[in-house]
Design a protein around this ligand. Structure first.
Ligand SMILES: [Zn+2]
Length: 195
């Protein structure tokens, strides 16, 4: 019943995280009803993003037309403290606390048994390299989600960090398991990460 092009685009939406098939259909039928200008601007923005997108060579945060992000470039940031986060949104949550003045490392996802994410593995290899090359790092704040799913990643990160002479912070208990960084209230999060 549906033209192949419709199906193809719905399939794209279906691949988005946390979007199920039903929602993919809904998004598609919502999108087709928007005016032409909206669709064209959306497409142009996506195109510009694809053409100019880069990832910070130090922390992996996505950036446009640059090699290094604003945070890693900032001379006022304390380069001896590295906060390791799983997701980009966790970095934003911690930045919004306006308490942390060190730099970050974004892994980009979790290590999940049924999901092979090459970039997660690559970023873990890169993390090890970062410690080998950057002798300024004296301290690590482990800001990974307090969830069961994040455990394999946490173990792997600790295994890497432990090989180097750095202090690890943020391992304090007291946060109930199940806590995603973005849903923990600011005060509890500051305390958990010892900021
Ligand atoms: Zn950066």
């Amino acid at each position: 019943m549906l033209p192949p092009l419709f199906k193809k685009i719905i399939q794209f939406f279906d691949n988005f995280p946390e979007i199920g098939p039903r929602q993919a259909w809904r998004l598609f039928f919502w999108f087709v009803k928007q005016d032409k200008k909206f669709k064209e601007t959306f497409l142009e923005s996506l195109k510009a993003l694809i053409e100019n997108l880069n990832f910070c060579k130090y922390c992996n945060f996505p950036i446009i037309n640059d090699e290094i992000c604003e945070i890693c470039k900032d001379p006022k940031r304390n380069k001896s403290t590295l906060c390791i986060v799983a997701r980009e949104t966790d970095l934003i949550t911690i930045e919004n606390l306006k308490k942390y003045r060190g730099v970050y490392y974004v892994i980009g996802g979790l290590l999940l048994p049924f999901e092979e994410k090459e970039y997660v593995k690559e970023n873990l290899i890169k993390l090890k390299k970062r410690f080998e090359e950057d002798k300024n790092i004296k301290e690590v704040i482990l800001a990974l989600p307090f969830t069961k799913e994040a455990e394999p990643l946490k173990k792997e990160v600790i295994k890497i960090v432990e090989k180097f002479n750095v202090k690890i912070r943020g391992l304090k208990k007291g946060i109930p398991t199940g806590g995603e960084i973005e849903f923990i209230d600011p005060e509890t999060l500051k305390e958990a990460l010892e900021l």
